[in-house]
Design a binder for this molecule. Sequence first.
Ligand code: ACO
Length: 331
Amino acid sequence: MQQGSVIIRGVGSYLPRKILTNHDLASMVDTSDEWIRTRTGISQRHIADAHETCSDLAYVAAKSALENAQLKAQDIDLLVVATMTPDMICPSLAAILQAKLGLRKVMSFDINAACSGFLYALEVATRLLQNGNFYKRALVIGAEKMSSLIDWEDRSTCVLFGDAAGASVLEHTSTEQVGILDAILRADGSFSPGILYIPAGGSLHPATTDTVTQRQHFIKMNGRELFKTSVRLMGKVIEELLERNHLTKADIACLIPHQANLRIIQSLAQSIGLSMDRVFCNLEVTGNTSSASIPVAFTQAKSAHYFRSGDYIVLVAFGGGLTWGATLIKW
Ligand code: ACO
C-alpha cells in the first residue's frame, strides 16, 4: 500500500561546451543545414571533448541537482543512472559516479533502456522510495556521450545526436497525491534488431579487427520505421495513462517528450489533440541526447516556468529496444 508520495525536489543538467552546428556537419558529410532543420528541427548539438567521459557529464548535472535541492551528497540513499554510453561496460557508470560524487556506499546501478532510460530509472527509484521505509532520497540521472557511438561518416545518423546529462533528486514525502503519480513503461523486443541497434561490442559480437573495420560499433537505425512507430506508441501510452488517472488532455499543463525529432513531436501533439504551446521542445539546440533528453528538457522547462505548483506534467519517451513509456507528475 502506498504511503505518502515521491516528489522531485531538485533538478540539474549539463551540456558540454563544444557546439557542432548543421553547417559544421555539412563540411563533414553530404548533408545541409536545410535538410537537417526541415527533417528534424535540429540546428546544433553539444559534443563532449575526447577526454570528457559520460560520468563527467553526469557528475556536473548531479551536483547541480543537489544544489537545486539544497542537499548534500551524504543525503542520498540511492543512485540510479540511465545510460547507453557508460564509461566502460564494467564497472557501471553509477558505481563510478558514486565515488566521484562522494555518496555514502549506497545502492548504485545503471539502467539501459536507450532513450526511454530516464523514465525507466524514475519509475524504479519511485517504487523503491514510495513507502519511505528503506530509502528517503534518490539521485536519478540520464547521461549520454552519444558522440562515442556515432559513425561520423553516416549522414543518416550523425546529424541526429548530441551529448548531455540531466539529473533529478527524488524525495519521499508524507503528503499524498503529489509528485510522481503514475507511470506506464513498455518494451517489445520483437522490433529489434533492425530498427535501432549497435551490432558489435556486446557478447554476441565482441570487438575484433573485422567488427571495427566494418564499423559495427556504431548506431544503425531505420529512421523512417522508427518515426511511424514512435508516434503511434507514445500517443497510445499517454491516452492510457490519462484514462487510468481519470484525466483528459485538457488537464496537461506541460508535455515534455523525448527530444528526437520536431516532426515526431508535432505529429504526436496532433494525434492526441494537444496544442504545441503546451509542449516543451529544446531539440533545436541539443539534438537527440537519448536518456539525457527528458531530464535536460525538464530542467530547462522548470527554469522557463513552463509549469507551476499543482500543474499536471506528462513525460513521454521512446527508444531502442523498442522501449517506450509515459510518466505523470503533479508539480
Ligand atoms: N542529409 C541529406 N540527406 C539525407 C540525410 C542527411 N543527413 N540523411 C538521409 N538522407 C537522405 C536519404 O539518403 C534519403 O535519400 P533517397 O531518397 O535518395 O534514398 C532521403 O534523405 C530520405 O531519407 P529518409 O530516411 O526517408 O528521411 P526521413 O524523412 O525519414 O528523415 C529521419 C530521416 C530524420 C532520421 C527520420 O526518419 C527520423 O527522425 N526518424 C526517427 C529517428 C529517431 O527518433 N531516432 C532516435 C531513436 S531514440 C534512441 O533510442 C537512440
